[in-house]
Design a protein around this ligand. Sequence first.
Ligand code: BTN
Length: 323
Amino acid sequence: MMDEEILRLLREHPSVFLSGEEISRRFKVTRTAVWKRVKHLRTLGYEIEASTRSGYRLIRSPDVLTPSEIKPLLTTKWMGRTIHYFHTIDSTNSKAYQLALQGAEEGEVVIAESQMKGRGRLGRHWFSPPFLNLYLSVILRPNIPPYRASLITLMAAVATADAIQKYSGLLPMIKWPNDILLGGRKVAGLLNEIHSEMDRIHFVILGIGVNLNMDGKMFSKEIRDVATSLKRERGQTISRKAFLQSLLEELERWYAIFLQEGSATVLEAWRERAKIKGKRVKVTSFGETLSGVAVDVDSDGALILETKDGRQKRIVAGDVVYT
Ligand code: BTN
């Protein structure tokens, strides 16, 4: 707590020194206690100049996603205004789910610098090393029936793709249902979970993982050829803070569009990003593999596939490979 307060004070006086005495007076602690906190902040990556005569001055902040770093950057009205921040956690989705069960409100987010048990779709593991990428879960409480929940997933995929494009200038594609690709390789994935009754959603957890600053060699051999990061594609280190700001803005914007205009605008944007019509695909769904031509996604976000015998199949969950 005191770390945050000291940082706030230093940020409020960007180019001047604040004396140790003044800080210690404000917080009613000794000057030694202040010095200890400053040393601790330095271990977290804060560059703080210290001079025995003049006091302390903040030179540079690290690219960490703490509430005190993020909040001053936020331009959203409600998305991400409450941030639950963790250095390490099992999974941000699990945490957000717990918080939502305890009554957390729409727009509250869980962010972690790393995940021990990052979860991917279909029971897979999501590689979540510290301080490189983004691991975010957002709590939403839409007043819609459960069968429309997959539209929220499409909406979030569009928002994530837009954030990537706005931030980097690169052109991401969406692969059904919600993988985000750059140059044909996966840069981000979404794992969305719902808690509902038969006819009413209690909450949705949007879990979003974006590979930001991983180098190619950091990916395991198995995924090196199919996964990428924004840094790898753009050839430049990405500011995680700035990217998170942009992603929260896009999520707030697209969620409002979904609530106000319904699914049509979301589906149109999704189709534009996915260009799925007419693509030859192989789909694995509940242990069955089907080949065919993708016809479209329907208004509930299911994939319509035309198989060799000319029949159309509706696929609600699964994995797609372009063939
Ligand atoms: C996928 O493409 O398989 C989905 C990956 C989703 C990963 C994110 S990271 C933040 C959130 N917490 C998790 O445990 N998973 C999601």
